[in-house]
Write a protein that binds this ligand. Structure first.
Ligand SMILES: *Cc1c(COP(=O)(O)O)cnc(C)c1O
Ligand SMILES: [Zn+2]
Length: 444
């Protein structure tokens, strides 16, 4: 049994039994899972975790579910030492947490794994969500695996790749002529009229907890050391707050002997930066905006956890960076070119913010920095339209040579480098490579 004692209102601290509840009856504040850390601490230690499954379920004791009912292989994604990108930015110790490597290629598999396990526990047969795209993918895939019905609601303006990669799992995809905030409002109404487990509405307290696993894994992968600085993309702001909560919990259950002092910085796109603006202006409210950015997965104009995210940023000594669509695509290309990681536009938002926070001195050059890359580039191919192009040629060596020349590509032949491989004709008259005079294509 998970040691969730209660759901507690973040505003007035009223407590409720852990069920499918998300808003306080007294003040409408959001509810959050509260644990018995003493009991959890008695049960876990580093060695037991290291022996656990190579997925986010190695941290099941710190999640609000009795037992994981499924495993699509979510989590335990690589923490990549980004030496080449670090060198370009002048950072000594930069890491990328590569969450493109999840079953549906975004970090949303973590929150859905958690919420859907809870939905099964609570007896729901149908799962649903309001999504900016990635959540839709994850809900549809997990529902398919568990044999549940699914309904996902998305703005019709999101990337077609994300709609197709949701519909393929066989649930119902509902596209809505409106922005995410309108979709979300509709879902709150639907949740009141249907017995469905809306991952990010009536199951939101459980859903949000799944994000903590990004913090847990990062610390473990750094040899049980918390990073000095994290850079985190902001949509609703939930992920950012849960990275902070996850880091602090590691100390509460004595997996870390001291409370981490990690600085947490956020990243938004200029075309949807309500949290950045409220943080910069120092207001005590987040003024909603109408999103207009290529970073569709972060396009929430009225972010539920915006103020809580600002609290974390200010308390930990972080900052928030906001970037234009052009800077976002530049950053996607920079990450791909230096690290071989193809991120979606949200990853571009994170890397663009990282660049700015280094340039303005917010991030120190000697800090151990972790940037969270939360979704895969194949989901947002259109963003690169006109930015990258192949070298085109007909299939002759002469045409290839002139194509290289036209493109201004100079091929160096250093005297002590490898020699070009001499081709030879095989029996069918085709050329084959192989300087030893042998190849699998020859039968002599
Ligand atoms: C949903 C999402 C986020 C952040 O979401 P929050 O609502 O702030 O928790 C970040 N990156 C990607 C790719 C996402 O899909
Ligand atoms: Zn309350």
């Amino acid at each position: 049994m998970a040691d969730v004692k209660a759901l507690r209102c973040r505003e007035c601290a009223a407590e409720y039994d852990p069920g499918a509840l998300y808003a306080c009856e007294f003040c409408f504040g959001p509810l959050e899972c509260v644990y018995d850390y003493g009991q959890i601490a008695d049960r876990i230690d580093r060695a037991a975790i290291e022996r656990g499954p190579k997925s986010m379920w190695r941290y099941a004791s710190l999640l609000p579910v009795d037992s994981p009912s499924h495993n699509l292989g979510t989590g335990y994604t690589p923490l990549v030492r980004a030496e080449r990108l670090g060198a370009e930015l002048g950072l000594a110790r930069l890491y990328i947490k590569d969450d493109t490597r999840n079953p549906t290629n975004s970090f949303k598999d973590r929150v859905v794994s958690t919420a859907i396990a809870k939905a099964v526990e609570l007896g729901f047969k149908t799962v649903a969500c309001a999504s900016t795209g990635n959540l839709a993918n994850a809900v549809a895939a997990h529902a398919a695996k568990l044999g549940l019905e699914s309904f996902v609601f998305v703005p019709s303006s999101i990337e077609s790749a994300k709609i197709t990669a949701t519909a393929v799992y066989g649930g119902t995809v509902v596209t809505i002529d409106g922005n995410y905030d309108q979709v979300n409002r509709l879902c709150a109404e639907v949740a009141g009229t249907r017995p469905w487990a809306f991952m990010n509405v009536n199951l939101r307290p459980y859903y949000a907890e799944g994000s903590k696993t990004l913090a847990f894994e990062t610390v473990e992968q750094l040899g049980w050391h918390p990073p000095d600085h994290c850079v985190v993309p902001i949509a609703s702001g939930s992920l950012l707050t849960k990275i902070d909560k996850g880091l602090q919990e590691l100390h509460k259950v004595w997996l870390l002997s001291e409370a981490p002092r990690t600085r947490i910085s956020g990243a938004q796109a200029d075309g949807c930066s309500p949290v950045y603006r409220a943080w910069k202006d120092g207001t005590d409210f987040v003024k909603p905006v109408k999103p207009d950015t290529i970073a569709h997965s972060l396009a929430i104009g009225d972010p539920a956890d915006g103020l809580y995210a600002i609290d974390v940023v200010n308390r930990t000594g972080g900052a928030i960076g906001s970037s234009s669509d052009d800077e976002i695509v530049d950053a996607m290309q920079l990450l791909a070119r230096t690290e071989g990681i193809f991120a979606e536009t949200a990853g571009g938002v994170t890397i663009a913010a990282l660049c700015k926070l280094v340039a303005t001195g917010v991030i120190g050059r000697d800090e151990t920095v972790v940037a969270y890359v939360t979704g895969h580039g194949l989901k947002t191919l259109d963003a690169l339209h006109g930015r990258v192009a192949p070298l085109e040629t007909s299939p002759t060596l002469d045409d290839f040579d002139s194509a290289l020349e036209r493109a201004g590509v100079v091929v160096e032949m250093p005297p002590d480098g490898p020699e070009p491989v001499t081709p030879y004709a095989n029996e069918s008259g085709r050329f084959a490579g192989g300087s030893s005079g042998r190849s699998s294509g020859r039968s002599d």
